[in-house]
Design a protein around this ligand. Sequence first.
Ligand code: SF4
Length: 355
Amino acid sequence: MTIKKNEISLSGMFPEEIQNFCGLKEKFRAEQIFRWIASGVHSFDDMTNLSFDMRSKLKKDFSLFSTKIKETLKDKDGTIKLAVELYDGSVIETVLLTDKAKRKTACVSCQAGCPMKCAFCKTGQIGFLRNLSASEIVEQFLHLEREAGALDNIVFMGMGEPMLNLNEIDKAIKILAHPKGRNLSKRRITISTSGLCEGIYDMADKGPEVRLAVSLTTADEVLRSELMPVNKTNSLDELKQAIKYFNSKSNKRVTLELALMKGLNTDKKAAQQVMEFAKGLECFINLIPWNPVEGLNFKSPSEAEVRNFENYLKKAGLNISTRQKRGQKIGGACGQLGSTASKIKQALIQRENPV
Ligand code: SF4
């Protein structure tokens, strides 16, 4: 199979890989290109410290980026959502969130679609097309920086389950954290899983050495299995053991995320189950009032419902924060990614029924 020029982009390579791939004699040339890419340059023409001849040759044979922005949506609250087209025509989404303190966070996707089928998540209803490559992950971050200036944090909470694509995520993180490139601090990077224990152990043993968040949602075993099929093969007990292992191996606190849905996981009993689960863990709890998704039969909790739940947990001495609603109007809030689903579905149908 021939690989087309734009399928492989230099954005997903380390300097030494760029040197080999482009057949460059001098290592420092590859480092210059690496630095330019990290600074957000999209064309060889802008690499002013390379000779005109070299730029022309590189431009003819190689691509810096394999993805392009198909659509940009902006919410008044500062949220930006980009629909990013991949080389094979499928489209994924990436979001920039700005908090009250004006810190900017890139919420990036690691898969086109997602196989985990969480009942409350739009992406989970699409199906799974494929894992993203390191370059496709790096490029989401760089597209957002080009759009909004220097970003502070990156969270793997977009489309997809990170533990199923840990190698490419690891490479993307190493590229973004590379001192000769973007030099992003690993302390500012979080990977969020739906609860795949094997991945948590892997991450604790082999890295990437970044923060971990777990989408707990509820500590009721039966309800969790209904809402998150991952729980059928990764029980709450097993999940707790895996988080404990991560705590001790990494010396890092883990964030437990709870998407709160009206009348479902917000009463006193639900809070007690979460308290029980959190006992003995080094953790921080992030409450996320569920964001409406068309076609899904859940409801957002009222403010009073969220406050009561928060108070139960606070009384037990747990560290809590409640996420502000952001990006809802452009379908960019947590659980809402997938308005580009038709493109992924189309590709899935084509894959299953080749002509
Ligand atoms: S919540 Fe995350 S893991 Fe679950 S279906 Fe959605 S994208 Fe996949």
